[in-house]
Design a protein around this ligand. Sequence first.
Ligand code: 5GP
Length: 250
Amino acid sequence: QLKNSPTQKLTNSKTHQLPNSPTHQLINSQTHKLNNSTTHQLKNSPTQKLTNSPTHNPTNSHMDKLKTRILQDGKCYEGGILKVDSFINHQMDPNLMMEVAKEFSQHFGDAHINKIVTIEASGIAPAILVGYIMQLPVVFIKKKEPKTMENMLTSVVHSFTKDRSYTVCISADYLTLNDHVLFIDDFLANGNASMGVIDLCKQAGAHLEGMGFIIEKAFQKGGELLRQHGIRYKALATVESLENCEIKLR
Ligand code: 5GP
């Protein structure tokens, strides 16, 4: 590790933690806040839905909760697009996101990882929670090239939802040959973003240890592509089909 590296700071910060684990504290404090806020809730507000969160229903598998939410609140769009704006992509459910992050942290707990990498914008929320649980720094790949970025590494990625190509970038200051990366994102579709990440890691000499996606659309070729590249990946919910605007999960 370099002096003053983010990993070092995180490691040092552990000594300032209370004896309870950070995950435990966060969940407790969220539940507490959400319960207190009930008087301010609107009818059908997301807070109301949060009351049914896994924290209150320990018998439900966490990822069952994710799957139920996709089936209940997900919306199909032309061209195989699944909209989950009410709990992942626009409004976010922090309790569900924390469960998602815990699942990723457990799944990749055996891997030798020292950095979480994601891509803006929707990957940031789950990634930062994974970083918090695993006590690792989180870096997000940017979709616009800032004029001020030093030692920039770039790759061209085709966006499935926007149907256009754009340049993504990350500073080589935060992705180095010392890094063992877990990449976290919201969706795996055709694997274009993932190929960009593989390319950036290659350029930096970083080791890609695994990739975690909240939702994989199995009817697109991303999963196959990652398997071909020998990448370890985990999707927490798998959409088999969106045909006739019906969400079919595996
Ligand atoms: P890929 O690069 O694997 O082709 O597509 C993954 C990226 O495109 C994700 O970062 C995600 O933001 C976006 N994406 C792909 N498919 C969908 C979808 O069905 N719904 C949403 N909300 N985003 C998607």
